[in-house]
Design a protein around this ligand. Structure first.
Ligand code: UDP
Length: 318
């Protein structure tokens, strides 16, 4: 049994991770300020709740810390860009200070957004990215890039065992219906008979990972023996473990809309063009060969099956 802290644990990924950790017999504490997290996601679960801001010093003693605290959907992280930046940067500092004090192992949720609108396809961990530092996404992208730098330097200077995971588009039960993300938007619009809002021409691609695959990856990664990680990453010139986690199956946003409508045959919705938001990446697809070689992990749930489970979840909410 491990003492586990999940910062941002009332959010979509945290809610799924907390359930899996509790099912595995661990003691779970969730830190959340409910800026985007949902109280309902934790109801009746039996987690210890620390309702506080991750930018403040964090009390307690833990074996594992998952640092997920940060608004993550474009509409949410653009609402208060300074909050997003400071949550990323001050948040990881607080987590690393805590880990340094109690000897916890840290898994930090980074993001495919560190690659920006990538010029290399698919994106391996060695790609440095193509990010607009002054664009509307930079509060998120640059906050997350700075957080990676903090993790690296704390690891080097203080020996904190921190591991980075760059998460690609992920979907599944407990997504926030208000999040504005493409999967939740399309499903809810199709269920309500509203227009399916296709931004731009819908030809931009994303690779959609079902959340159970990501949670399985998290658990394999946090449990990996430090010496094994060192043996894997040091020869690659990486001073910190860094792994992509995502599903390499690549779909256009239009294809996603069509699959959602196929799975909700009673829907009266039709596709409706909307303006493309600024700096929207044109293509995104993870190279997950390192995660496979290092952890034996790869995603197993195809989009069709994951969508069916997610649609069932959203139907249950109606
Ligand atoms: N998108 C869309 N309609 C929506 C929401 C999003 O066409 O209602 C597009 C968006 O422009 C992007 C992709 O879907 O190209 C994924 O958007 P999301 O906000 O889910 O995540 P991102 O990968 O952009 O962070």
């Amino acid at each position: 049994m491990k003492r586990v802290l999940i910062t941002g644990g009332a959010g979509f990924i945290g809610a799924n991770l907390a359930r899996r950790l509790l099912a595995d017999g661990h003691a779970v504490t969730v830190l959340d300020d409910f800026y985007t997290g949902q109280r309902a996601n934790l109801e009746g679960l039996g987690v210890t709740l620390l309702e506080r801001d991750v930018r403040e010093p964090i009390p307690g003693e833990y074996d594992w810390i998952f640092n997920l605290a940060c608004p993550a959907s474009p509409p949410h992280y653009q609402l208060d860009p300074l909050f997003t930046l400071t949550t990323s940067i001050d948040g990881i500092r607080r987590v690393l200070e805590l880990a340094g004090r109690c000897g916890a192992r840290v898994l930090h949720a980074s993001t495919s957004e560190v690659y920006g609108d990538p010029l290399v396809h698919p994106q391996p961990e060695t790609y440095w990215g193509h990010v607009n530092t002054l664009g509307i996404r930079s509060c998120y992208d640059e906050g997350k890039r700075a957080a990676e730098a903090f993790a690296l330097e704390y690891r080097r200077a203080c020996g904190v065992d921190v591991r980075l995971v760059r998460i690609f588009n992920t979907y599944g039960p407990f997504m926030d219906p208000q999040d504005g993300r493409v999967v939740s938007n399309f499903i809810l619009q199709a269920l309500r008979g509203e227009p399916i809002t296709l931004y731009g021409d819908g030809a931009q691609t994303r690779s959609f990972q079902f959340v159970d695959d990501l949670v399985a990856g998290f658990l394999a990664y946090i449990q990996a023996d430090p010496a094994r990680l060192e043996a894997f990453f040091a020869p690659k010139g990486c001073a910190i473990p860094v792994l992509n986690m995502g599903n390499p199956g690549e779909f256009t946003v239009r294809q996603l809309a069509e699959e959602v409508l196929r799975q909700i045959p009673e829907s009266r919705s039709a596709l409706a063009a909307r303006p493309l938001p600024g700096d929207d990446p044109k293509r995104r697809k993870p190279d997950v060969s390192w995660a496979k070689a290092c952890l034996g992990w790869e995603p197993r749930i195809p989009l069709r099956d994951g969508l069916a489970k997610t649609i069932a979840y959203f139907r249950g909410l109606a």
